[in-house]
Design a protein around this ligand. Sequence first.
Ligand code: ATP
Ligand code: ZN
Length: 299
Amino acid sequence: MKNRDRLRIAVQKSGRLAESSQQLLAQCGFRFRQSRDKLFCFGETHAVDLLLVRDDDIPGLIAEGTCDLGFVGRNVLAEARLAEQATTGSSELVEVRALGFGGCRLSIAIGQDETWEGPAQLAGRKIATSYPALLGDYLRRHDVQADIVVLSGSVEIAPKLGKAELICDLVSSGATLLANQLKEAAVILNSEAVLAGAGLDFVDERAPVLELLLRRMDGVMAVRDTKLLLMQLERQALAQVKLALPKNAIASVLSSDEDSDELCLQAVVRSTLDWAELESIKKAGARNLMVLPVERMLA
Ligand code: ATP
Ligand code: ZN
């Protein structure tokens, strides 16, 4: 491994993961200055630079050592890992963290009027996909032989064009499948954006920067769905109000005066809070309820 004094991260230039990836880095306190050609971002706050690329190129850039890390869909990483293992016998690519955005599924889709009875139904059929390694692995695990047709895009129209009978493609809402008279039959991989890396046991300047990045990312992700709930209440209502709080809430009573009947209660809630939940807390005796976003937490 080459020694380097700055960490280099590959990020999707534009597309579904681009904005959330950069936003996560910003939440970690990393700021960048973009080059004129918009392909490189120099880290102004830390020794971390970004390379803006197509998502498909990210695993390769990491595997060859051009970049140390990358923000990429698990689907792209897993496909590259399997492909590398098939050609060289091993792969150093690993998923360092799951990032909680860009959620989707790699699924097999069949015709809307077909009934799904299990993987055996795929035997001998033509399946179009951009993920031949993942699909091949699924078929092998289920001991099924099928004909994989590799397409780099517009997989969902392959059945209409007569290129294949079925497809194996990314699905989130299912609307694209529906528009093409297809339906989701089996999930091959549950995916989301991940931080990918390879050989991260640095002995140079990158080691402390990586540690800082991971620590801050963990901090950001830990509070992502966390809310701070503040309210006022009479001391006598305390037990009832506590019962009305969401089950996972961590509540503490704030009061400057021990004898006061008027209390302020704060609760850290690790989920979203809807109006109905707030209304039932109010009904239990709380007033002036406030829901505040939690930006950071340092335990
Ligand atoms: P690029 O120009 O970088 O090659 P792309 O068109 O291949 O972009 P996007 O469509 O931006 O890629 O998708 C990037 C990733 O977003 C996917 O690999 C997947 O992990 C995730 N994703 C989430 N929902 C969906 C979806 N409904 N369809 C496709 N990808 C999705
Ligand atoms: Zn792509």
